[in-house]
Ligand binder design. Structure first.
Ligand SMILES: *[C@@H]1O[C@H](CO)[C@@H](O)[C@H](O)[C@H]1NC(C)=O
Ligand SMILES: *[C@@H]1O[C@H](CO)[C@@H](O)[C@H](O)[C@H]1NC(C)=O
Length: 256
């Protein structure tokens, strides 16, 4: 009986070819563990669920089957941990302010509070076309933002957010830049804002915020910019604000 030659070069080459083929198509994808942290992925998918209208499919790449760290637009992870460190979903912007743009209509899911490694959270101007006024990020700023304890930049300006600024904001002790301007926020400024000891800029212009400016702002030694015009604030700028030696700009006009 004739047997095959066991170690002929042709067989070896064919064998190598198959090993390479199999490992590339089957083994490597099986071994590749998704880098996105499952808690963060769930939080991002919940955020997406809260957006009912997404004209331009800005969140189109945010799908469960893929890795949020490698294939999702506008999401950045720390490669070492797979934790999401940055979300930047800024709307179109031009020198006149907000341009006609894609719009997102919906609310900010409380699940964003689970993104506990987030450093930059930017949802500026998702309202899109201000003239047509039919695309907007509405609802309240969820209390759970207070869980984002590593946050440095929080930009939610030029949307249609309403309700009060949650006092949990005082837990964001690394926060440097806060912009909630051009929304419809109401209620008083929480006293806890005085705990944001790293803050450099607070922009709240064009809202419906009432009450007085809390004295606790005197604790903000690194404050450089405080913009509060077009609100319903009353009283004077507290003299404690003199502690902020780096203060360059204060825009405030009290009513009554
Ligand atoms: C994620 O956030 C939601 C809403 O705040 C909360 O109910 C849930 O327990 C959180 N999940 C984790 C794993 O922390
Ligand atoms: C703004 O909020 C007030 C309540 O504080 C509400 O009466 C008003 O309709 C809101 N305006 C818009 C444009 O959402």
């Amino acid at each position: 009986m004739k047997t095959c030659k066991k170690n002929s070069p042709t067989y070896t080459i064919i064998l190598i070819f198959f090993v390479v083929l199999v490992s590339n198509t089957i083994l490597i994808p099986l071994l590749l563990v998704e880098s996105c942290d499952p808690i963060d992925k769930e939080a991002l998918l919940e955020f997406k669920r809260g957006i009912q209208d997404n004209w331009f499919q800005r969140l189109g790449t945010w799908v469960p089957q893929t890795d949020c760290c490698t294939t999702w637009d506008d999401v950045t992870c720390d490669p070492a941990t797979g934790r999401v460190v940055k979300i930047s979903l800024i709307g179109f912007w031009d020198e006149f302010g907000v341009d006609t743009a894609y719009g997102m209509e919906g609310t900010i899911s409380p699940f964003v509070g689970n993104l506990t490694h987030l450093q930059i959270f930017n949802l500026r101007a998702l309202a899109g076309d201000l003239h047509l006024d039919h695309n907007q990020l509405t609802g309240v700023i969820p209390t759970s933002v207070g869980k984002l304890s590593l946050l440095q930049n929080l930009f939610l300006d030029h949307n249609k957010l309403n309700g009060p600024i949650p006092s949990s904001i005082g837990r964001l002790t690394y926060l440097q830049f806060l912009n909630f301007g051009h929304n419809n926020l109401s209620g008083v400024l929480p006293y806890s804002i005085g705990k944001l000891t790293q803050i450099q800029s607070i922009v709240l212009e064009n809202n419906m915020i009432t009450g007085i400016i809390p004295k606790s702002l005197g604790n903000l030694k690194h404050l450089q910019v405080l913009e509060m015009v077009s609100n319903r604030l009353s009283g004077r700028i507290p003299k404690q604000l003199g502690n902020a030696k780096e203060l360059k700009r204060v825009c405030y006009q009290g009513i009554g």
